[in-house]
Design a protein. Structure first.
Length: 124
């Protein structure tokens, strides 16, 4: 009986760890730069919480840059209950554009556009 309790506890811990990992899963999305400028950063924040600073999370491009007309496949962290995110992309130091309410659960490809100071995205 004593050996059964630690074994059941181990199974419970592993099950909870796997469930937590599934909730904080990563999804891969292809980002395409049709903004006509090099994109230096792509950031996400839960929809409606768009804030300045660390609320945007890490730069999904990491140390890389996305050149005009090019595409990159990025692992995007999300939990499966929250699908709507605001997306910010940086083209120059202190020049960023925000696209609100992007459904990353449904997205497989996001094309970023910029014209006359207006930013938008096509989400497929």
């Amino acid at each position: 009986m004593r050996k059964t309790v630690p074994f059941l506890a181990l199974i419970l811990i592993l099950t909870l760890a796997l469930a937590a990992q599934a909730l904080a899963a990563e999804k891969r999305i292809v980002f395409i730069d049709q903004a006509g400028q090099e994109i230096k950063g792509i950031f996400l924040a839960k929809a409606g919480t768009a804030v300045v600073g660390p609320g945007w999370g890490r730069n999904l491009l990491d140390k890389w840059k996305l050149k005009p007309g090019k595409r990159v496949n990025i692992a995007v962290p999300h939990d499966q209950g929250d699908c709507k995110f605001d997306l910010k992309y940086l083209v120059r130091e202190k020049e960023a554009y925000v696209i609100k309410d992007v459904d990353i659960c449904q997205a497989v490809e996001i094309t970023l556009f910029l014209k006359d100071g207006q930013a938008w995205a096509n989400v497929k």
